[in-house]
Design a protein around this ligand. Structure first.
Ligand code: NDP
Length: 256
């Protein structure tokens, strides 16, 4: 993408939004929705071919809304890469208004399977990746006197079931870190946690444990569409500056 070009927003409510994990599922739906609403979205993920396809899919909407989508190769486990992601937004637009920390993996398994590398990956992406985003953006929000963090946590941040110990642990951590950020932040910085139940996406594809994969097929039968989560994000962003939507929990009506 080109840099050093400040684009002035045509409307007061046009935001510069960073979305991590935007190459599929919930992140792609959030990015597409925000472009349709006229926002400028930097869409980060490792699969740049998928980001390129998303850019093409949203091109018409962008030309109507005045928004834009900018694909950026991003591995959230790499702190320098997250800093560079933020710097791209600053170079291009002169500011960052929103960080949607969405990137996540969910290779479920029982603890006695001892899939330590998969535990590490969940901690690296779901927890360290989130912290890298906060570290890279918080100083800018503080000096700007405004900004909005949105964390995509999970219903797994509220409950543990067999095979979800480490995933839920990473999402409890994401919930706690985001709640702490909300409590510590200046009131000019808004902080929102979105905790979805089962959503149709590629998330279960990261499961290598056959028992957990089989259980997930049944569990995920009543998934809702990622657009439902995108709508929740859109709602939180659209509130007046003095209204902070702390948390939204949404799940399929059939999920208990
Ligand atoms: P997907 O697997 O479809 O999307 C996950 C996204 O995370 C992809 O864009 C992937 O991109 C990205 N990602 C994974 N690892 C990295 C990394 N190291 N650096 C950057 N991006 C990465 O699943 P969902 O859309 O469902 O998941 C999105 C979020 O929603 C996750 O945090 C998940 O825990 C949460 N969630 C999902 C639920 C569901 O039922 N689907 C329910 C509750 C919460 P790439 O591989 O290209 O890097």
């Amino acid at each position: 993408m080109s840099t050093n070009q400040i684009e002035e927003p045509a409307r007061d409510d046009r935001k510069v939004v960073l979305v991590t994990g935007a190459s599929s599922g919930i992140g792609a739906a959030i990015a597409a929705r925000l472009v349709r609403e006229g926002h400028h979205v930097l869409a980060g993920a490792r699969r740049t071919d998928r980001l390129q396809a998303l850019t093409e899919c949203t091109a018409d909407a962008a030309s109507h809304s005045g928004g834009s989508l900018h694909p950026v190769r991003l591995d959230v486990t790499n702190r320098s890469a997250v800093e560079a992601f933020v710097q791209m937004a600053l170079d291009r637009f002169g500011r960052v208004d929103v960080l949607v920390n969405n990137a996540g993996v969910m290779p479920l398994s029982r603890l006695d399977s001892v899939l330590v590398e998969e535990w590490d990956r969940m901690i690296d992406v779901n927890v360290r990746g989130l912290l890298h985003g906060i570290a890279a953006v918080l100083p800018h929000f503080t000096s700007a006197g405004s900004g909005h963090f949105v964390t995509i946590a999970s219903i797994g941040a509220h409950q543990v079931v067999p095979t979800s110990a480490v995933y839920s642990g990473s999402k409890y951590a994401a919930w706690a870190i985001t709640e702490g950020l909300r409590q510590e932040s200046d009131p000019s910085i808004r902080v929102t946690t979105i905790s979805p139940g089962v959503v149709s996406s590629e998330l279960a594809a990261t499961i290598t444990d056959s028992g957990a994969a089989q259980a997930m097929r049944t569990y995920r039968a009543h998934a809702i569409e990622p657009d439902a989560v995108a709508e929740a994000v859109s709602y939180a962003l659209a509130q007046p500056a003095d209204v902070d939507v702390n948390e939204i929990v949404l799940r399929p009506a059939r999920q208990r």
